[in-house]
Design a protein around this ligand. Structure first.
Ligand code: HEC
Length: 164
């Protein structure tokens, strides 16, 4: 009796360990698609690990991205910056930037959405979002991708947002 019970317990442990091993095998690709990892791989070099940017060179995204999306065309604009790049003078909290950001159009719609959703919710940005904020979807990115823009045209869209 006791032996059978012990064997049963042992069997359960083995099954659990196997399930965990199987899960770990599936995990890495899923994790690699996470917005945090994609941000780290593609954006943090310039915008900083914590989205803090560098004054005069790379605009901050922390404490700023929610202000962009709060404008009527800000949602599409954020997607356009990633898909088509940005070149032209912009002002973020009174500080001028006149650099170039390359396009990240090679990323999938899902990846672009994941990165932007990370940017909009990390570093306390989630607290600055509108109550009715909805995450950016891959379908939205796909729709914006159709109308190709140059980095200069994206800058023109930026000036329409009237952000200072
Ligand atoms: C090589 C440096 C570099 C990398 C990498 C980079 N950016 Fe940028 N980013 C910039 C610069 C420079 C600007 C400002 C361009 C200008 O002055 O016109 C900018 C502007 C932006 C803006 C517009 C801010 C505003 O107020 O209009 C957003 C949003 C943004 N970047 C997000 C990202 C995200 C997300 C990634 C990763 C996918 C990324 N950037 C990767 C350099 C970079």
């Amino acid at each position: 009796m006791l032996n059978a019970a012990l064997a049963g317990k042992f069997y359960t442990q083995v099954v659990k360990a196997r399930l965990l091993a199987a899960l770990l095998l599936v995990m890495p690709p899923v994790f690699a698609q996470s917005g945090a990892v994609l941000f780290q791989q593609n954006c943090s070099f310039c915008h900083g690990e914590n989205g803090q940017g560098r004054a005069g060179a790379f605009p901050p995204l922390a404490g700023h991205a929610p202000n962009v999306i709060a404008t009527p065309e800000g949602r599409a604009y954020l997607i356009q910056v990633l898909l088509f790049g940005l070149q032209g003078e912009i002002k973020v909290r009174g500080q001028k930037y006149n650099g170039v950001m390359a396009a990240f159009g090679q990323l999938s719609n899902e990846q672009v959405a994941a990165i932007l959703n990370h940017v909009l919710t990390a570093w306390g940005n989630d607290k600055l979002l509108a109550k009715d904020h909805k995450p950016i979807t891959a379908a939205e990115v796909a729709a914006v991708r159709i109308a190709k823009l140059t980095p200069q045209e994206v800058a023109a869209r930026r000036s329409r947002l009237k952000l200072e």
